[in-house]
Write a protein that binds this ligand. Structure first.
Ligand SMILES: Nc1nc(=O)c2c([nH]1)NC[C@@H]1CN(c3ccc(C(=O)N[C@@H](CCC(=O)O)C(=O)O)cc3)CN21
Ligand SMILES: O=c1ccn([C@H]2C[C@H](O)[C@@H](COP(=O)(O)O)O2)c(=O)[nH]1
Length: 271
C-alpha cells in the first residue's frame, strides 16, 4: 500500500531537521522538526480504485468542501469553508491572503479571450483535450508576499490519454500524517469531477511531493498507524446528473463500504 510504503521509507531513511532553523511551530512555541524524504512520487489509478486511506477515517466531505472552496468557489475566506482547518492561518476578516482560491479567480488574457485558470482548464478539456499545455498553477510569485501560507499543493498538469483524464499534482511540502490522505482523496475527487463534466473517464493521479515529511510529534502516531490492518478500497459514487463543474456540491459524493481503523484523536497540527 502506497501510504504505508512511503511512511516506512521516511521513517527508515528520512533526513532529520534537528539542528536546522525551521519555520513551523507547535502550539506551545517549540520548533516543529521533521524527518523528510525528498521527492515522494505516488501513482494512483483512479479507474481501478478510489485512493482513500483505510488505516484511519478521512473526513471526505470536509476534504471535498475544501477542494470546492478553492477550485469552484475560488474563495480565500474561511467564511466560505465549512470546516475549521484553515482557522489558524486566517486574519480577522477570515482571509488567508492571496492564496489558493484567490489565485484561481484571477482572470488572464489568452488568445481566445479572458478566463480564470479553472475556466481555461474546462475549455481546454472540452475543446482541445489532447493539448500538452493544460496546467493550473497557484504559485504566483507576484503575490507570495500577501499569502498567509504559501500554497503547498500548488499546481496540476492535466494530460488526456484516449478517453482518460490523467493528472500530476505537484506539492512542494506535505505533512504526511495530517494531510496526505486528505490531499490525495480530494484531488482524486477533483479529477473525477473534471472528467465527468468533460465527457472523459478518470485515469491516473500522480502525486509528486518535493518535501514529504513527518513531524517529530507525529512519529509515534505514524508508527502505530502503519501497523494497523488495511481494508479494501471503498467505492466513490458520484451523482451522474451533474453536467457543470459549478453545480457539484458535497452531497453529490457518497462513499460506499468505507471501512477503516479508529480515528487518531487530537493530532497536533504545526503552524
Ligand atoms: N502543519 C500543517 N499541516 C497541514 O496539513 C496543513 C497546514 N499545516 N496548514 C494549512 C492546511 C490545513 N490543513 C489541514 C488541517 C487539518 C486537517 C484535519 O484536521 N483534518 C481532519 C478532520 C477535519 C474535519 O473533520 O473538519 C481529518 O480527519 O482529516 C486537515 C487539513 C492542511 N494544511
Ligand atoms: O494542503 C496542504 C497544506 C499544507 N500542508 C502542510 C505542509 C507543511 O507541513 C505545512 C506548510 O509549511 P511550509 O513551511 O510552508 O512548507 O503545511 C499540507 O501538507 N497540505
Amino acid at each position: 500500500m502506497t501510504f504505508i510504503a512511503m511512511c516506512k521509507d521516511i521513517l527508515a531513511h528520512g533526513f532529520s531537521s534537528e539542528g536546522e532553523a525551521v519555520r513551523a511551530r507547535w502550539a506551545d512555541g517549540a520548533p516543529a522538526h521533521t524527518i523528510k524524504k525528498f521527492a515522494a512520487v505516488n501513482r494512483y489509478d483512479l479507474a481501478e480504485e478510489f485512493p482513500i486511506l483505510t488505516l484511519r477515517p478521512t473526513n471526505l466531505k470536509a476534504a471535498i468542501d475544501e477542494i470546492l472552496w478553492i477550485w469552484q468557489k475560488k474563495s480565500n475566506n474561511i467564511k466560505d469553508l465549512n470546516s475549521r482547518i484553515w482557522d489558524s492561518w486566517a486574519d480577522e476578516t477570515g482571509s488567508i491572503g492571496k492564496a489558493y482560491g484567490y489565485q484561481l479567480a484571477i482572470k488572464h488574457q489568452y488568445r481566445e479571450g479572458e478566463f480564470d485558470q479553472v475556466d481555461r482548464l474546462l475549455l481546454d478539456l472540452k475543446e482541445n483535450p489532447y493539448s500538452r499545455r493544460i496546467i493550473v498553477n497557484m504559485y504566483n510569485h507576484a503575490d507570495l508576499h500577501a499569502m498567509h501560507l504559501y500554497p503547498c499543493a500548488y499546481s496540476m498538469t492535466f494530460n488526456v490519454t484516449g478517453n482518460r483524464l490523467n493528472a500530476i499534482l505537484n506539492q512542494r511540502s506535505q505533512d504526511i500524517l495530517v494531510a496526505n490522505n486528505w490531499n490525495v482523496a480530494q484531488y482524486a475527487v477533483l479529477v473525477h469531477m473534471l472528467a465527468q463534466v468533460s465527457g472523459l473517464k478518470a485515469g491516473e493521479l500522480v502525486h509528486v511531493i518535493a518535501d514529504a515529511h513527518i513531524y517529530d510529534r507525529h512519529i509515534p502516531l505514524v508508527e502505530e498507524l502503519i501497523n494497523r490492518p488495511a481494508y479494501p478500497a471503498p467505492k466513490l459514487l458520484i451523482n451522474r446528473q451533474v453536467k457543470s463543474f459549478y453545480d457539484f456540491t458535497v452531497a453529490d459524493f457518497v462513499l460506499e463500504n468505507y471501512q477503516s481503523g479508529q480515528q487518531i484523536k487530537n493530532i497536533p497540527v504545526a503552524i
